[in-house]
Ligand binder design. Structure first.
Ligand code: NI
Ligand code: MN
Length: 230
């Protein structure tokens, strides 16, 4: 049985039934919502996935990668920056619309409408397009939308997603109403709100998302540290 564990903001851990451990957008140090620090992953991490280059998504990525030797999965530009500037050794570059079969399952990068800056020293030359992630583990398809506006491209995911993690914090991404429209388009079985409550600019009550989704999906509001088994 696989697990999704929410660690606050957009940080999500996935564990496959074979024990493979994946971590998405590890903003832990300095994140008031995080239930664990980066050292929580030092005993084992196999893959680290980044949706885009903003600081609240890269977070502790470089330190965790150095400590664990996990494989970074991100856009070509993010991976190039990681290798050339941050000294990351193991990495797998991808890009929007492309998928790859990893030993644990499949990852496909999906469109996300958002800013492309990579935060970090020496990152000027590496601006990229932000992504969402469609990850299939143990036959369950998990969509982590990253930071994004509502976009009709999400309709293309309809029928392909079991669990959708969508930003609802407004201001920088979809707010609860648009996130609910995204859920109506994608039609997952389970919808999980992310990217809210971390700081004032994304301080949104997730109950607004639950109300707006209605019967379109089962909404699971995960507290940091809470897990969802699939
Ligand atoms: Ni962002
Ligand atoms: Mn963000």
């Amino acid at each position: 049985m696989g697990r999704v564990i929410f660690h606050g903001h957009s940080c999500v851990e996935l564990t496959a039934s074979d024990g493979t451990r994946l971590l998405i957008d590890p903003f832990l140090s300095g994140n008031p919502m995080a239930d664990v620090g980066p050292e929580h992953f030092h005993d084992r991490l196999d893959y680290l996935l980044l949706t885009h280059g903003h600081g609240d998504h890269i977070g502790d990525a470089w330190a965790i990668l150095e400590k664990t030797g996990a494989t970074l999965v991100a856009t070509y530009e993010m991976v190039t920056y990681a290798q050339e500037v941050q000294g990351v050794e193991n990495a797998h570059p991808m890009h929007i619309g492309g998928g790859w079969d990893f030993p644990f399952g499949r990852v496909k990068l999906t469109p996300a409408i958002h800013g492309g800056k990579i935060d970090g020293d020496g990152a000027e030359a590496y601006t990229t397009i932000p992504a969402g992630l469609l990850i299939t583990v143990d036959g369950t398809a998990i969509y982590h939308a990253g930071d994004t506006a509502l976009t009709r491209d999400m309709q293309l995911l309809r029928g392909q997603v079991d669990i959708a993690l969508v930003p609802i914090g407004d201001n920088f991404t979809m707010g609860p109403q648009d996130a609910a429209r995204a859920i109506a388009m994608v039609a997952p079985r389970i919808a999980v709100p992310i990217h809210y409550g971390t700081f004032d600019l994304v301080d949104v009550d997730p109950a607004r998302f639950t109300a707006a989704v209605g019967d379109a999906a089962e909404v699971k509001i995960l507290a940091p540290g809470e897990k969802l088994e699939f």
